[in-house]
Design a protein around this ligand. Structure first.
Ligand SMILES: [Zn+2]
Length: 178
């Protein structure tokens, strides 16, 4: 009798199967066929969740080695963890910050042309500049539902560093630092 629990080559859920099939069973990390697993583009440690849009197909072994292969960091910088949690707990910031991390995580995966290697860091930088720090100070449409203290903090260089250094930690290292 076949033991399903030890099978690693058979996708276990319909959701995973559909995702793998939609991508032609091509691994998003090594770009070869026969992907048999999925992984979170924005890892749990960065606030990512298991929604379909955050899942990518991969070989189980590639997913395990993902950060070694990409040269990215499995964890955001330790000194920013508490402040990153603080930011992700602000409902008005959560989706924007997660979108930024998604963008950083997929820069290498989405590249189709050579120039996009060069654009990767600039794209991430542009997104951050409108999100926190000086860019936030310039906003005329201040988001509702955040405290005065949070608002002041979001305008600070401290908040800017939390987002910037976390996004860069997730950015694959073969995107040239421009
Ligand atoms: Zn692979």
């Amino acid at each position: 009798m076949k033991d399903e629990s030890t099978s690693t080559s058979t996708p276990t859920s319909d959701k995973v199967y559909v995702l793998l099939a939609r991508n032609g069973f091509r691994c998003a990390i090594c770009f070869q066929k026969d992907a048999d697993a999925t992984y979170l583009l924005v890892p749990l440690s960065y606030g990512g969740t298991e929604v379909a849009s955050n899942l990518a197909p991969a070989h189980a072994c590639c997913a395990r080695l993902r950060h070694d292969i990409e040269g990215s960091d499995p964890e955001p910088p330790a000194e920013h963890k508490d402040n990153l949690t603080r930011m992700l707990n602000m409902s008005v910031m959560r989706q924007t910050v997660l979108s930024l991390f998604y963008c950083a995580a997929t820069q290498r995966l989405q590249k189709k042309h050579r120039y996009q290697y060069v654009r990767a860091e600039a794209t991430v930088k542009d997104l951050i500049s409108n999100l926190v720090g000086w860019g936030f100070r310039g906003r005329t449409d201040l988001p509702e539902g955040i405290t005065r203290a949070d608002e002041e903090w979001l305008k600070s260089s401290s908040a800017w560093r939390v987002v910037t250094e976390s996004a860069y930690a997730l950015l694959p290292a073969d995107s040239p630092r421009v």
